[in-house]
Design a protein around this ligand. Structure first.
Ligand code: B3K
Ligand code: ZN
Length: 883
């Protein structure tokens, strides 16, 4: 694997381009068997840097001709390699170049560049797909104005779209037609998009606050028009919210979304022509779950918000990816919190962060929010760049307050609109807009530069004689690959002191004259620090990192009684939930240790009682209760162990779930009935919360093997009309030994065989089942007529579902690893991005016992020795084997 290993690209090697490309005139002649792309570039020498030839990126292109000015070039006039076209001698400083290439979208299975999905043409250029369309300087700091002519068969492709405004269209003869699009805003080529297909659309309008009327369209395949309403509503809400909260208005008269079934990720923010995975557009109550509805709202908003954070101001280079992604994720999180329940959203976001980002940060693929090296940039669209990046934005917000944060945002746009910039530029805007904030920005910058999740530990002591409370906190950051030494971070600690009466005490730090009520934010900026609070009338229980004010792992010396107290009393809902999770993790890991030592696992009554108390308060806030009743996931518990005991965690968690189900059977049945569907279907936060609570109750009843619970699950599966209820019931049945199991799975597949997104759920619930026959079943499903390895959604459901299934994937005999290696090798040839995403499941193999490590290593090495390994897969496998 060392021979000819791909080279890493380094941040420190960044250099501005020798040439700018200012205008791009593209013409696409779409034909099966070969599409001709004519590109006319207006290029200008960058006089600020040393004179150099024009080097254009290009991959898998057939070069037809190159013309400079009006002179056609011969093969001796340029140099061509598999990755570049170099034109050494350009006359003058301002030149027109025409390049004609031929490409084969119909053969493109990597779904990058121009490709076909269900017979329709579409593009995906971020990060470096434009070089598969034509020769170009495929880097985000080259921003140009585009005119795009698309020509194709009228019957097969009645809809022809690109970025910006439609300026002309006409008949091309021979059953063909054309459309001419012009985008007035300069943009990097990764935001270019083209769609040509047989599509239908729904339409709405939005009037911006300055009075611009914007036409909004969502294009889908015929038959899906009735599943677009929620996406359209979400778009309109996003446009309004961005005006209200960020002062940002849409800047064109048209905004198009196209949904395609074959898409490597969720969606793409191409200027005024967003391309989406159907998963994040199509929803009807009978086909989509509540999670789907919320996901659509969030992703539609996310892509729309990119119009400013990403498109108007973009990234100088791909190391700066979090500049647009961390910021835009934070914006979509704020938006969803405003549209739904803020505490519920925060708990869900933190759960996800811990599940995937903390795991990444603790393994061989750990990297900083602003990485400094990569082999394949597509591997860096990671939870760290996105979700931890969003936490960094949230920390600016926490440290500066909403008004200070907004001042920083305003200055960022005032300075950088129309530019390609860096995370340092962003930080400078935040700093300069808030000169009196008292933030050590050099220290704050380490959040971008240092990988790994800081640990914070501490303890508190109360002195009844002086009425003081002394809180000591320490921070620690373990080495990560390539970063052996770490420096202390600036960690915002949002905290309160909860008095014995359950109320927040006033907070006065020693030396201050006046007290702050409720919550305040302290800066932990040294390896160890103590804070002394005065005038504390009674011993408090500290509520630390309220709202999860920093992405850290806390270990504080809480007693079980303290945690139970916080569960019941903390005024911060996040920390009420957190206290329950900490208590549950402690208990579950204790049981895992008991089992490993051959002791009986006995579930403490105190915890079961605390869950009962949560259940008895559930009607006050069903959504919150459903989260508070959910035990930490197997994956998260694994992260808390030195060596992950897969089977022990599974057994302990099931034991506790069964105990809760048995002990609180009557309360669970009551909660189920009280929250059963009433009235018209709605995706209001309240309705979603009640369904979540009802289904959590049902899951506990089945965990206890309760006969009434099973009957309810069957009845719910058979009679429910909303997909949330249907699929939850089916998943519970599929995971059980109920005799109706096979029949339920079969009737579902028969009903939904033509709805790809619904079938994805069917594959997923089987892949995540903890039954012993899961791998055999998953292997058989690879040949199911509804499965297609070329469709990313199918792979994410069946293969991705399986790798997330700890007991099955990490089976001690290595069968799960063998299965994954086979899929990665198969996908490597077809779609390197999807292959690499699947390969990441191997990354933490060193966290398991010796037997599993040996099996994982064999599988990893088999992948490593595969001929023609893509850069994508190579990078992940190499790091996994090194780290
Ligand atoms: N910017 C795109 C992601 C592109 C991924 C390329 N491998 C979607 C988003 O973050 O909005
Ligand atoms: Zn994004």
């Amino acid at each position: 694997m060392d021979k000819g290993s791909p080279k890493a690209i380094l941040l420190k090697d960044y250099a501005a381009p020798a040439w700018w490309i200012e205008t791009v005139d593209l013409s696409f002649d779409l034909r099966d068997g070969g599409t001709l792309v004519t590109s006319r570039l207006g290029v200008r020498r960058n006089l600020d840097v040393v004179r150099a030839p024009l080097v254009l990126d290009g991959q898998e292109l057939e070069l037809v001709s190159v013309t400079v000015g009006d002179r056609p070039l011969g093969p001796d006039d340029y140099a061509i390699t598999p990755d570049h076209l170099t034109i050494p001698d350009l006359p003058g400083d301002q030149v027109a170049i025409e390049i004609v290439t031929r490409i084969h979208p119909e053969k493109n299975t990597a779904l990058e560049g121009l490709y076909k999905s269900s017979g329709n043409y579409c593009t995906q250029c971020e990060a470096e797909g434009f070089r598969k369309i034509t020769y170009f300087q495929d880097r985000p700091d080259v921003m140009a104005k585009y005119r795009v002519r698309v020509e194709g068969d009228r019957a097969a492709y009645p809809v022809l779209l690109s970025n910006g405004n439609l300026v002309d269209q006409g008949d091309a003869g021979d059953g063909r037609h054309w459309a001419l699009w012009e985008d007035p805003w300069p943009k990097p080529c990764y935001l270019f998009a083209l769609v040509a297909g047989n599509l239908v659309h729904i339409e709405d309008r939005f009037r911006t606050r300055s009075g611009r009327d914007v036409t909004l369209r969502i294009y889908v395949e015929p038959g899906n028009e009735d599943k677009c309403a929620h996406a359209m509503e979400s778009l309109i809400k996003s446009m309004k919210w961005d005006e209200d909260v960020y002062g940002l208005e849409y800047d064109l008269d048209i905004f198009n979304i196209v949904a395609v079934g074959d898409f490597n990720m969720g969606a793409m923010e191409n200027k005024s022509l967003n391309v989406f995975n159907t998963k994040y557009i199509l929803a009807r109550p009978d086909t989509a779950t509540d999670t789907d509805f919320l996901g659509i709202e969030a992703v539609v908003a996310h892509e729309y918000f990119h119009n400013w954070t990403g498109n108007r101001v973009t990234c100088r280079d791909w190391f700066q990816l979090s500049l647009k992604e961390g910021l835009t994720v934070f914006r979509d999180q704020q938006f969803s919190a405003d549209m739904n329940s803020a505490p519920v959203k925060r708990i869900q976001d933190v759960t996800r962060l811990r599940q995937v980002q903390f795991a990444e940060d603790a393994g061989p693929t750990a990297h900083p929010v602003r990485p400094d090296s990569y082999i394949e940039i597509n591997n860096f669209y990671t939870p760290t760049v996105y979700e931890k990046g969003a936490e960094v934005l949230r920390m600016y917000h926490t440290l500066l307050g909403a008004a200070g944060y907004r001042r920083g945002i305003d200055l960022y746009f005032a300075r950088h609109d129309g530019q390609a910039v860096t995370t340092d530029d962003f930080l400078a805007a935040m700093r300069d807009a808030n000169p009196d904030a008292g933030v050590d920005w050099e220290q704050f910058r380490r959040w971008y530069a240092q990988a790994g999740t800081p640990g914070v530990s501490g303890e508190g002591s109360y002195d009844p004689a002086t009425h003081t409370y002394r809180l000591t906190l320490r921070q620690f950051l373990a080495p990560t690959p390539g970063q052996p030494v770490k420096l202390p971070m600036l960690i915002p600690v949002s905290l309160g002191l909860v008095g014995p009466d359950g109320k927040d005490q006033a907070l006065t730090l020693a030396g201050e004259d006046s007290a702050t009520a409720g919550t305040r934010v302290l800066a932990l900026n040294a390896a160890e620090q103590s804070f002394t609070f005065t005038e504390v009338p009674a011993p408090p229980v500290p509520s630390l990192f309220r709202g999860f004010s920093a992405p850290i792992k806390l270990s504080f010396d809480y007693s079980d009684a303290d945690l139970t107290f916080l569960m019941a009393n903390d005024s911060d809902p996040f920390n009420r939930w957190e206290a329950g999770q900490t208590l549950a993790s402690r208990l579950l890991l204790g049981l895992v240790a008991d089992r490993a030592a051959g002791r009986d696992m006995a579930v403490p009554k105190g915890f079961i009682d605390a869950m009962g108390a949560t259940l008895s308060r559930a009607s006050e806030d069903p959504a919150f209760a459903s989260l508070a009743l959910t035990l930490p996931s197997e994956n998260y518990l694994g992260q808390l162990m030195e060596v992950i005991d897969v089977d022990g965690i599974h057994a302990a968690r099931n034991l506790v779930r069964a105990a809760i189900g048995r002990t609180h059977r009557d309360a669970l049945l009551a909660a189920y009935r009280a929250n059963a569907e009433q009235g018209e279907f709605s995706v209001s936060p309240d309705a979603i919360g009640r369904r979540a609570l009802k289904n959590a109750a049902l899951a506990y009843l089945l965990a206890a093997d309760d006969a009434d619970g099973k009957a309810l699950a069957l009845a719910q599966y058979r009679t429910a009309t909303g997909m949330t209820d249907v699929i939850t019931a089916l998943a519970l049945i599929a995971d059980s030994d109920m005799p109706e199991r096979a029949d339920a799975l079969a009737t579902f597949a028969a009903k939904w065989k033509d709805e790809a997104l619904v079938m994805d759920k069917w594959f997923m619930i089987q892949a995540t089942s903890s039954r012993p026959d899961t791998l055999a079943n998953v292997t058989a499903l690879l040949s199911h007529p509804g499965f297609n390895i070329r469709n990313p959604n199918k792979v994410y459901s069946l293969v991705g579902g399986f790798t997330g299934n700890a007991v099955a994937f990490h089976a001690a005999d290595g069968s799960g690893y063998e299965f994954l290696a086979d899929r990665v090798i198969e996908l490597n040839k077809l779609n390197p991005q999807v292959a690499s995403r699947m390969a990441k499941s191997f990354a933490r193999w060193r966290k398991y016992d010796g037997e599993r490590q040996a099996a994982a290593k064999v599988a990893l090495e088999r992948v490593a020795h595969t001929p023609d390994l893509s850069r994508d897969v190579y990078e992940i496998i190499a790091r996994s084997l090194e780290g």
